[in-house]
Design a protein around this ligand. Structure first.
Ligand code: DGL
Length: 274
């Protein structure tokens, strides 16, 4: 009975901006009966250039906001926050917390390749989270990580298929391609928005691992008792932003296939000081 009541509560998801919408969209497709509350912490974007302590503070604030709204599950749709704050979030949260690093690693290992490149924010690469997860799940693969700090603003701008993005990608990816990477993990939820440019630059021989659908599968498989059985109507999507953002709306329309119906600007500090 308690679980049936829990099943009607939304799933909470957060990221610094539009990136986590790639995960939201995969979850919405995988679990159409679920409702979602998505928090885009646009007032504090980017997370990827901040220190571990700052990202932990932001992530805890974001999670507290979602928990205050009664979410039954937290999905950290941000690699930087997963890398720096997953352990703290799990400890602080009364509901289960799912991150994005391990599903991406599992998806890459399923390809059976030996040289895996990881691209992510400065924070994610500096944290070594992917390198650790890959070593833990398959000690035999070689891993190399490259931070790509300009990718997040390009994704927020909606320049996923653009000559400037091609040039930037060329600069970031060349060392990984010369090293012989057979697969590239998109270790930032913003990067799937750049796939046209990334594909062109990486070429057909390199597999791009977008972990959004692996995250959706992992959530669906790990918490069946908390979830709505599929096929009973469509759940709703609620979006909270910490700062009004035209860019967010433009990209959200593309990813979600229409203007979000329920969108609100919120303050994470009760006094509205942020
Ligand atoms: N989308 C986020 C990630 O997956 C963070 C991007 C940022 O705010 O720097 O790391």
């Amino acid at each position: 009975m308690r679980e049936r009541i829990a099943a009607r509560r939304p799933i909470g998801i957060f990221d610094s901006g539009v990136g986590g919408l790639t995960v939201l969209s995969a979850l919405h497709r995988r679990l159409p009966g679920e409702s979602f509350l998505y928090l885009g912490d646009t007032a504090r974007l980017p997370y990827g250039t901040k220190s571990a302590g700052t990202v932990q503070r932001y992530a805890l604030k974001a999670a507290t906001h979602l928990l205050r709204h009664g979410v039954k599950l937290l999905v950290v749709a941000c690699n930087t926050a997963t890398s720096f704050a997953l352990a703290q979030l799990i400890e602080a949260s009364p509901v289960p917390v799912a991150g994005v690093v391990e599903p991406g690693v599992r998806a890459a290992l399923a390809l059976g390749v030996h040289r895996i490149g990881v691209i992510g924010t400065e924070g994610t690469i500096r944290s070594g989270s992917y390198q650790r997860a890959l070593a833990r799940l398959d000690g035999a693969v070689s891993v190399r990580g490259v931070a790509c700090p300009l990718f997040v603003p390009l994704a927020e701008e909606g320049w996923g298929d653009h000559p400037i993005t091609d040039q930037v990608a060329q600069t970031y990816l060349t060392p990984l391609l010369e090293w012989g990477a057979q697969a590239l993990i998109l270790g930032c939820t913003h990067y799937p928005l750049l796939i046209p440019s990334l594909k062109r630059t990486a070429g057909p021989g390199v597999k791009l691992v977008d972990s959004a659908s692996s995250v959706a599968d992992a959530v669906a498989e790990s918490y069946p008792s908390l979830l709505e059985p599929g096929g009973h109507g469509r759940g709703e999507i609620f979006i909270h932003l910490t700062d009004a953002s035209e860019h967010f709306l433009k990209v959200a329309r593309n990813i979600l296939g229409g203007t979000p119906e329920h969108l609100e600007v919120v303050h994470l500090d009760p006094g509205g000081s942020d």
